[in-house]
Design a protein around this ligand. Structure first.
Ligand code: UDP
Ligand code: MG
Length: 322
């Protein structure tokens, strides 16, 4: 099939979801057929230990031109699965959804319309009414999203929603790594895709199996957010961060040590009793600050050296050309 032949690629990362897959595929197929979309489904089996892969093989054998599957050798995580799916997707619009039937394929036509007609680069689902555990998920998720909105500057209510739609150009130009699947809109924004929309989507109870992410998702999520913010702000110019606070610290320590020495000299000249400089705690604090300042400065320098050698030090995306 030629590139432009496919309207929609549905990318589905999955880890031990054998019970849901057939029902999910049939539902997607129904929606696509009703709306006359040419589509493909990419199942990325993220090292499942149940029979998910056999189910995918079965589906592929019945619809080989539509159902494609990739089987990772072990569990690499949702980000890796999405990354692989994004590389392989051929549709003009790429839709990601979870495999556990919590996301409804009925949302696909409207998501597709928002990308193709309204001109959005990314449309993120918003599970306004959630069917998850209230205490362990809904509440932390509210806090998490509030922080994410502040840090990323993207006004989404549900940044980590599995159901999202992208223009093909977006997924081909971002790299989802580590556990960054929670922040794909931020990755897109950093790559220059700023038309990011939101659509309220239906959410459903998990029918089979259980959630694959524990409470540590929030701890990791916050740390990853910090990393992304830092990378975006200073990733290409670490000296602007380390150099600045390093220099400030060094200067503070330097001034402090001059004050300590000056006070000692003054005391000596005027015959006032003063403690030995070596026993003065401020002396040690000043030295510590000067040393730390030098180290931070050096960290900035090393960072710059590392970046000089990074293959994507000069990455840019061209939007148009005349
Ligand atoms: N998933 C995955 N690899 C993992 C963990 C999860 O591919 O290591 C898939 C999982 O099978 C599901 C989706 O990611 O299709 C979302 O996972 P889950 O439903 O457990 O997350 P929740 O709905 O609890 O946020
Ligand atoms: Mg789920």
């Amino acid at each position: 099939m030629a590139l432009t032949d496919i309207d929609i690629s549905v990318v589905i990362p999955l880890y031990n979801e054998e019970e849901s897959l057939v029902k999910l595929y049939e539902w997607i197929d129904r929606v696509m057929t009703d709306n006359g979309f040419r589509y493909e489904v990419l199942f990325i089996n993220d090292g499942s230990t149940d029979c998910s892969w056999q189910v995918i093989e079965q589906l592929h054998s019945t619809r080989p031109e539509i159902v494609h599957g990739i089987c990772f050798r072990r569990n690499y995580g949702k980000s890796a699965a999405l990354h692989y799916g994004f590389q392989r997707a051929q549709g003009q619009v790429v839709i990601t959804m979870d495999a556990d039937l919590q996301d409804s394929p009925d949302e696909i036509p409207e998501l597709y319309r928002m990308i193709t007609k309204d001109g959005y680069d990314v449309v993120s689902g918003w599970k306004k009414k959630r069917y998850d555990n209230r205490l362990t998920k809904n509440l932390p998720s509210l806090l998490f999203n509030a922080t994410a909105r502040r840090v990323t500057g993207i006004q989404l209510h549900d940044m980590n929603c599995g159901l999202k739609a992208y223009r093909q150009e977006v997924v081909k130009n971002i790299e989802v790594f580590s556990e960054m699947h929670r922040y794909i809109p931020f990755l897109a924004k950093n790559a220059g895709f700023t038309r990011i929309g939101e659509k309220v989507v239906q959410h459903r109870k998990r029918e089979f199996g259980e959630s694959k992410f524990g409470l540590n998702r929030f701890v990791n999520g916050y740390l990853d957010l910090l990393t992304l913010w830092f990378l975006n702000r200073f990733g290409k110019q670490p000296m602007h961060f380390f150099g600045l606070i390093g220099s400030l610290m060094f200067m503070l320590g330097f001034v402090a040590i001059i004050v300590v020495g000056g006070m000692k000299l003054y005391a000596l000249q005027h015959g006032i009793h003063a403690m030995l400089v070596g026993t003065n705690p401020y002396f040690h604090l000043s030295i510590l600050m000067m040393i730390l300042g030098c180290m931070l400065f050096l960290a900035g320098f090393l960072g710059e050296l590392v970046i000089r050698n990074s293959p994507n030090r000069n990455d840019y995306l061209v939007k148009e050309q005349i």
